[in-house]
Design a protein around this ligand. Structure first.
Ligand code: SF4
Length: 295
């Protein structure tokens, strides 16, 4: 469905370059874009010397989900949350579950315009006290996420982010004051694997976790274990030690089972024994709440 915002809004996070191009400062990719070009997330475009977010308000998925589906197990268990998404992602994971809405341009999927001020009444109609920004990467439509989170907070609702956490500091700081809970997908504890599988890097994700912890956001962390990719016991131990040593021992850690997806059809499902090994490793490192997902 076409909307008033189908042409996008001027983005908040970019720098103008002398040659007329723009540099997006939203995520660590820092895409430098010539006129008419799109960033890696497919939803931010250089136009007339400015950067435009084409995903703003173009909601392509809207559901009422149990909060446990995010997954958040220690944040209002048993309640439902209004969950929404716009198209786009700044990662390109070969195992993406939601590739049909994350690895596409906003105009490639059906969408309905939902302004931030419309969300509180939608939440009330669906009896939800929480709104989740989820399914794709809400940080790539940050302007919309921040505006929605602010409107929902002012209406007495709580905000949940489900994200890979690959974002620059300044935009994240705009969102943190409105955020109540987040599930962050920590994809591995190796920069090399991040680059190979997701076209991203590890350190910005760890920084995001730290900033959320410091801001008092309730955090739960998901680690999808993919056979032969990120299931090395030594790496899992290093990740769990880092979490325990950096103040995350009381935040739930979800090890999730992989099933063949998208561009990883040739990789088998994660053996249950691998998930058990990871669970024991995490407990041995002092992580207090460890859960297995997709089993
Ligand atoms: S948010 Fe998108 S356009 Fe901006 S730097 Fe990241 S991938 Fe590039």
């Amino acid at each position: 469905m076409k909307s008033d915002h189908a042409d996008g809004i001027v983005a908040r996070y970019y720098e103008s370059c002398e040659d007329g191009s723009v540099t997006c400062t939203l995520c660590p990719h820092r895409c430098r874009l010539a006129e008419g070009r799109r960033g890696l997330c497919r939803s931010r475009e250089a136009r007339d010397g400015r950067l435009v977010s084409l995903a703003y308000g173009r909601v392509c998925a809207l559901h009422v989900d149990p909060v446990e589906k995010k997954p958040l197990y220690h944040f209002h268990p048993g309640e439902m949350c209004l969950s929404l998404s716009a198209a786009g992602c700044n990662l390109s994971c070969r195992n993406c579950q939601n590739w049909s809405i994350s690895q596409v341009r906003p105009e490639d999927v059906d969408s309905t315009f939902i302004g931030p001020d419309m969300l509180p009444s939608l939440a009330a109609r669906t009896s939800c006290r929480m709104v989740a920004y989820t399914y794709t990467e809400p940080l790539t439509w940050m302007e919309y996420t921040v505006d929605c989170a602010r409107a929902c907070r002012e209406a007495g609702l709580q905000n949940i982010l489900v994200s890979a956490g690959y974002v620059c500091e300044e935009p994240l700081e705009d969102l943190l004051p409105y955020l109540d809970a987040a599930n962050i997908d920590l994809k591995s504890f190796s920069d090399d694997i991040y680059r190979k599988i997701s076209h991203a890097s590890l350190q910005p994700v760890l920084r995001t976790l730290g900033k959320m912890r410091d801001a008092g956001v309730w955090l739960e962390i998901t680690n999808l274990l993919i056979p032969g990719v990120n299931d090395d016991p030594g790496m899992i131990r290093a990740m769990c030690r880092w979490l325990a040593d950096n103040g995350f021992a009381e935040f739930p850690l979800h090890f999730s089972r992989f099933f063949p997806q998208y561009r990883m059809q040739d990789v088998p499902p994660t053996p249950i024994a691998t998930l058990r090994m990871a669970e024991e490793t995490a407990r041995g490192c002092g992580i207090r709440y460890v859960y297995l997902g997709n089993v």
